[in-house]
Design a protein around this ligand. Structure first.
Ligand code: R5P
Length: 261
Protein backbone atom coordinates (compact mmCIF):
# COMPACT_ATOMS: atom_id res chain seq x y z
CA UNK A 1 0.00 0.00 0.00
CA UNK A 2 1.38 3.40 -0.86
CA UNK A 3 2.46 5.92 1.79
CA UNK A 4 -0.41 8.37 1.38
CA UNK A 5 -3.11 5.75 1.66
CA UNK A 6 -1.45 4.18 4.72
CA UNK A 7 -1.00 7.57 6.33
CA UNK A 8 -4.66 8.50 5.79
CA UNK A 9 -5.87 5.13 7.10
CA UNK A 10 -3.65 5.45 10.17
CA UNK A 11 -5.48 8.67 11.01
CA UNK A 12 -8.75 6.70 11.18
CA UNK A 13 -7.67 3.34 12.62
CA UNK A 14 -5.58 4.30 15.64
CA UNK A 15 -2.12 2.74 15.81
CA UNK A 16 -2.18 2.45 19.62
CA UNK A 17 -5.07 -0.03 19.62
CA UNK A 18 -5.53 -0.91 15.95
CA UNK A 19 -9.13 0.19 16.40
CA UNK A 20 -11.47 3.06 15.66
CA UNK A 21 -14.65 4.74 16.86
CA UNK A 22 -16.04 6.50 13.81
CA UNK A 23 -19.00 8.80 14.31
CA UNK A 24 -21.53 8.40 11.47
CA UNK A 25 -23.61 11.49 10.71
CA UNK A 26 -24.17 11.00 6.97
CA UNK A 27 -27.76 9.76 7.31
CA UNK A 28 -29.34 12.89 5.85
CA UNK A 29 -28.02 12.08 2.39
CA UNK A 30 -31.05 9.88 1.83
CA UNK A 31 -33.11 10.26 5.05
CA UNK A 32 -33.22 14.05 5.20
CA UNK A 33 -33.51 15.64 8.67
CA UNK A 34 -33.58 12.43 10.72
CA UNK A 35 -34.42 12.80 14.41
CA UNK A 36 -31.61 14.43 16.44
CA UNK A 37 -29.71 15.36 13.30
CA UNK A 38 -32.07 18.18 12.28
CA UNK A 39 -29.48 20.65 13.51
CA UNK A 40 -26.33 18.78 12.62
CA UNK A 41 -23.91 21.32 14.09
CA UNK A 42 -25.59 21.12 17.48
CA UNK A 43 -25.40 17.32 17.50
CA UNK A 44 -21.92 16.88 16.06
CA UNK A 45 -20.00 19.61 17.95
CA UNK A 46 -20.03 18.15 21.49
CA UNK A 47 -19.14 14.67 20.18
CA UNK A 48 -16.09 15.69 18.14
CA UNK A 49 -13.55 15.35 20.98
CA UNK A 50 -14.52 11.69 21.31
CA UNK A 51 -14.60 10.64 17.65
CA UNK A 52 -11.66 9.04 15.85
CA UNK A 53 -13.24 9.96 12.52
CA UNK A 54 -16.33 11.71 11.27
CA UNK A 55 -18.39 10.23 8.44
CA UNK A 56 -20.53 12.76 6.59
CA UNK A 57 -21.34 14.47 3.32
CA UNK A 58 -19.60 17.57 2.02
CA UNK A 59 -22.76 19.64 2.62
CA UNK A 60 -22.88 18.92 6.34
CA UNK A 61 -19.11 19.17 6.64
CA UNK A 62 -19.07 22.67 5.12
CA UNK A 63 -22.19 23.92 6.89
CA UNK A 64 -21.89 22.31 10.29
CA UNK A 65 -18.25 21.58 11.12
CA UNK A 66 -15.56 24.24 11.57
CA UNK A 67 -12.53 23.83 9.29
CA UNK A 68 -10.23 24.00 12.33
CA UNK A 69 -11.59 20.59 13.36
CA UNK A 70 -8.77 18.05 13.65
CA UNK A 71 -10.93 14.91 13.44
CA UNK A 72 -10.27 13.01 10.18
CA UNK A 73 -13.13 13.10 7.72
CA UNK A 74 -14.55 10.08 5.92
CA UNK A 75 -16.44 11.76 3.14
CA UNK A 76 -19.65 10.15 1.90
CA UNK A 77 -19.43 10.51 -1.89
CA UNK A 78 -22.38 8.42 -3.03
CA UNK A 79 -26.05 9.38 -3.17
CA UNK A 80 -28.87 10.24 -5.52
CA UNK A 81 -31.71 8.31 -3.90
CA UNK A 82 -34.11 9.08 -1.05
CA UNK A 83 -36.11 7.07 1.44
CA UNK A 84 -39.36 7.91 -0.40
CA UNK A 85 -37.92 7.32 -3.86
CA UNK A 86 -38.28 4.30 -6.08
CA UNK A 87 -35.13 2.39 -5.19
CA UNK A 88 -32.48 3.18 -2.59
CA UNK A 89 -29.89 1.23 -4.56
CA UNK A 90 -30.00 3.68 -7.46
CA UNK A 91 -26.92 5.61 -6.34
CA UNK A 92 -24.22 7.40 -8.21
CA UNK A 93 -21.03 9.21 -7.20
CA UNK A 94 -21.99 12.69 -6.03
CA UNK A 95 -18.65 14.19 -5.06
CA UNK A 96 -15.47 14.41 -7.08
CA UNK A 97 -12.04 13.25 -5.95
CA UNK A 98 -10.84 16.82 -6.39
CA UNK A 99 -13.48 17.94 -3.88
CA UNK A 100 -12.48 15.17 -1.45
CA UNK A 101 -8.86 16.36 -1.65
CA UNK A 102 -9.94 19.99 -1.28
CA UNK A 103 -11.81 19.03 1.90
CA UNK A 104 -8.72 17.17 3.17
CA UNK A 105 -10.66 13.90 3.45
CA UNK A 106 -8.92 10.97 5.09
CA UNK A 107 -11.09 8.54 3.11
CA UNK A 108 -14.07 8.49 0.78
CA UNK A 109 -17.13 6.30 1.37
CA UNK A 110 -19.82 4.90 -0.86
CA UNK A 111 -22.56 2.31 -0.59
CA UNK A 112 -22.76 -0.91 -2.52
CA UNK A 113 -26.09 -2.71 -2.81
CA UNK A 114 -25.39 -6.38 -3.46
CA UNK A 115 -28.46 -8.29 -4.59
CA UNK A 116 -30.42 -5.12 -5.32
CA UNK A 117 -31.85 -3.83 -8.57
CA UNK A 118 -28.89 -1.53 -9.17
CA UNK A 119 -26.20 -3.89 -7.89
CA UNK A 120 -24.11 -3.57 -11.06
CA UNK A 121 -24.21 0.22 -11.01
CA UNK A 122 -23.12 0.45 -7.35
CA UNK A 123 -20.37 -2.13 -7.78
CA UNK A 124 -19.05 -0.25 -10.79
CA UNK A 125 -19.24 2.94 -8.70
CA UNK A 126 -16.91 1.22 -6.23
CA UNK A 127 -14.53 -0.08 -8.88
CA UNK A 128 -14.32 3.31 -10.59
CA UNK A 129 -13.90 5.16 -7.30
CA UNK A 130 -11.06 2.82 -6.30
CA UNK A 131 -9.36 3.43 -9.66
CA UNK A 132 -9.57 7.18 -9.14
CA UNK A 133 -8.77 7.15 -5.42
CA UNK A 134 -5.66 5.05 -6.02
CA UNK A 135 -4.19 7.89 -8.08
CA UNK A 136 -4.19 10.07 -4.97
CA UNK A 137 -3.56 7.61 -2.14
CA UNK A 138 -7.14 8.00 -0.94
CA UNK A 139 -8.63 5.06 0.99
CA UNK A 140 -12.12 3.92 -0.01
CA UNK A 141 -14.68 2.75 2.55
CA UNK A 142 -17.34 0.49 1.04
CA UNK A 143 -20.62 0.47 2.94
CA UNK A 144 -22.52 -2.80 2.53
CA UNK A 145 -25.95 -1.23 2.35
CA UNK A 146 -29.05 -3.34 2.81
CA UNK A 147 -31.64 -0.89 1.50
CA UNK A 148 -35.09 -1.42 2.88
CA UNK A 149 -34.62 -5.18 3.06
CA UNK A 150 -33.28 -5.48 6.55
CA UNK A 151 -33.82 -9.22 6.43
CA UNK A 152 -30.60 -9.47 4.51
CA UNK A 153 -28.54 -8.96 7.65
CA UNK A 154 -27.22 -12.49 7.78
CA UNK A 155 -23.71 -13.87 7.64
CA UNK A 156 -24.01 -15.35 4.15
CA UNK A 157 -25.22 -12.11 2.60
CA UNK A 158 -22.80 -9.90 4.50
CA UNK A 159 -19.85 -12.21 3.73
CA UNK A 160 -20.75 -11.96 0.06
CA UNK A 161 -21.02 -8.17 0.15
CA UNK A 162 -17.84 -7.60 2.19
CA UNK A 163 -15.81 -10.00 0.09
CA UNK A 164 -16.96 -8.35 -3.14
CA UNK A 165 -16.02 -4.95 -1.68
CA UNK A 166 -12.54 -6.28 -0.88
CA UNK A 167 -12.15 -7.92 -4.30
CA UNK A 168 -13.02 -4.64 -6.03
CA UNK A 169 -10.30 -2.85 -4.08
CA UNK A 170 -11.94 -1.13 -1.10
CA UNK A 171 -9.47 -0.28 1.69
CA UNK A 172 -11.96 -1.03 4.45
CA UNK A 173 -15.59 -1.98 4.71
CA UNK A 174 -18.53 -1.04 6.87
CA UNK A 175 -21.07 -3.72 7.53
CA UNK A 176 -23.57 -4.92 10.12
CA UNK A 177 -23.08 -7.21 13.06
CA UNK A 178 -24.92 -10.51 12.67
CA UNK A 179 -25.01 -14.04 14.03
CA UNK A 180 -21.95 -15.83 12.69
CA UNK A 181 -20.10 -12.52 12.29
CA UNK A 182 -16.77 -14.33 12.64
CA UNK A 183 -17.47 -15.92 9.23
CA UNK A 184 -17.87 -12.46 7.69
CA UNK A 185 -14.53 -11.39 9.22
CA UNK A 186 -12.72 -14.58 8.22
CA UNK A 187 -13.47 -14.26 4.54
CA UNK A 188 -12.85 -10.52 4.30
CA UNK A 189 -9.17 -9.61 3.82
CA UNK A 190 -9.63 -5.91 4.65
CA UNK A 191 -10.54 -4.23 7.97
CA UNK A 192 -14.21 -4.12 8.92
CA UNK A 193 -16.14 -1.62 11.00
CA UNK A 194 -19.72 -2.19 12.08
CA UNK A 195 -22.65 0.21 11.88
CA UNK A 196 -24.89 0.51 14.91
CA UNK A 197 -28.13 0.45 12.93
CA UNK A 198 -31.42 1.86 14.24
CA UNK A 199 -31.44 2.78 17.92
CA UNK A 200 -31.48 -0.35 20.08
CA UNK A 201 -33.76 -0.81 23.05
CA UNK A 202 -31.14 -0.29 25.75
CA UNK A 203 -27.66 1.20 26.04
CA UNK A 204 -26.39 -2.22 27.10
CA UNK A 205 -27.58 -3.66 23.76
CA UNK A 206 -25.44 -1.11 21.90
CA UNK A 207 -22.39 -1.90 24.05
CA UNK A 208 -22.94 -5.63 23.49
CA UNK A 209 -23.06 -5.05 19.74
CA UNK A 210 -19.77 -3.14 19.81
CA UNK A 211 -18.18 -5.66 22.19
CA UNK A 212 -19.18 -8.72 20.13
CA UNK A 213 -18.12 -7.07 16.88
CA UNK A 214 -14.60 -6.19 18.02
CA UNK A 215 -14.22 -9.49 19.86
CA UNK A 216 -14.97 -11.31 16.63
CA UNK A 217 -12.50 -9.24 14.61
CA UNK A 218 -13.98 -5.89 13.60
CA UNK A 219 -11.52 -3.00 13.95
CA UNK A 220 -14.23 -0.86 15.49
CA UNK A 221 -17.53 0.83 14.90
CA UNK A 222 -18.94 3.47 12.61
CA UNK A 223 -21.86 4.32 14.86
CA UNK A 224 -24.53 6.97 14.53
CA UNK A 225 -28.06 6.69 15.88
CA UNK A 226 -27.20 4.66 18.97
CA UNK A 227 -24.93 7.53 20.00
CA UNK A 228 -26.66 10.75 19.00
CA UNK A 229 -30.26 9.63 19.37
CA UNK A 230 -29.48 8.81 23.00
CA UNK A 231 -30.54 11.40 25.59
CA UNK A 232 -26.89 11.20 26.74
CA UNK A 233 -24.80 11.13 23.55
CA UNK A 234 -21.48 12.05 25.19
CA UNK A 235 -21.87 9.33 27.81
CA UNK A 236 -22.70 6.89 24.99
CA UNK A 237 -19.66 7.64 22.89
CA UNK A 238 -17.37 7.54 25.94
CA UNK A 239 -18.73 4.11 26.84
CA UNK A 240 -18.40 2.84 23.26
CA UNK A 241 -14.79 4.07 23.27
CA UNK A 242 -14.16 2.08 26.45
CA UNK A 243 -15.37 -1.08 24.69
CA UNK A 244 -13.50 -0.50 21.44
CA UNK A 245 -10.20 0.91 22.73
CA UNK A 246 -9.99 -0.42 26.29
CA UNK A 247 -11.65 -3.80 25.85
CA UNK A 248 -14.30 -2.94 28.48
CA UNK A 249 -17.08 -5.49 28.83
CA UNK A 250 -20.65 -4.33 28.05
CA UNK A 251 -21.34 -4.15 31.80
CA UNK A 252 -18.19 -2.10 32.41
CA UNK A 253 -19.25 0.17 29.55
CA UNK A 254 -22.63 0.62 31.21
CA UNK A 255 -20.74 1.76 34.31
CA UNK A 256 -18.84 4.32 32.20
CA UNK A 257 -22.14 5.45 30.71
CA UNK A 258 -23.86 5.84 34.07
CA UNK A 259 -20.93 7.76 35.55
CA UNK A 260 -20.72 10.08 32.53
CA UNK A 261 -24.37 10.95 31.95
C1 R5P B 1 -26.30 4.76 6.61
O1 R5P B 1 -26.83 5.02 5.61
C2 R5P B 1 -25.13 5.47 6.95
O2 R5P B 1 -24.10 5.13 6.09
C3 R5P B 1 -24.69 5.36 8.38
O3 R5P B 1 -23.42 5.92 8.42
C4 R5P B 1 -24.60 3.97 8.97
O4 R5P B 1 -25.81 3.29 8.88
C5 R5P B 1 -24.10 4.01 10.41
O5 R5P B 1 -24.94 4.69 11.24
P1 R5P B 1 -25.89 3.94 12.27
O6 R5P B 1 -24.99 3.47 13.40
O7 R5P B 1 -26.86 4.96 12.71
O8 R5P B 1 -26.50 2.77 11.56
Amino acid sequence: MDWGRRNRLAKIIKLETGRTVMLAVDHGYFLGPISKLENARKTIGPLLPFADALMLTRGILRSSVDPECSVPVVLRVSGGSSIIGKDLSMEGITTSMKEALRLNAAAVALSIFVGAEYEYQTLMNLANLVNEASEYGMPVLAVTAVGKELGKRDARFLSLSCRIAAELGASFVKTYYCDGFEKVVESCPIPLVVAGGPKLETELDAFKLAYDAVKKGAVGVDMGRNIWQSPHPIAMIKAVRAVVHKKASPEEALGVFNRSK
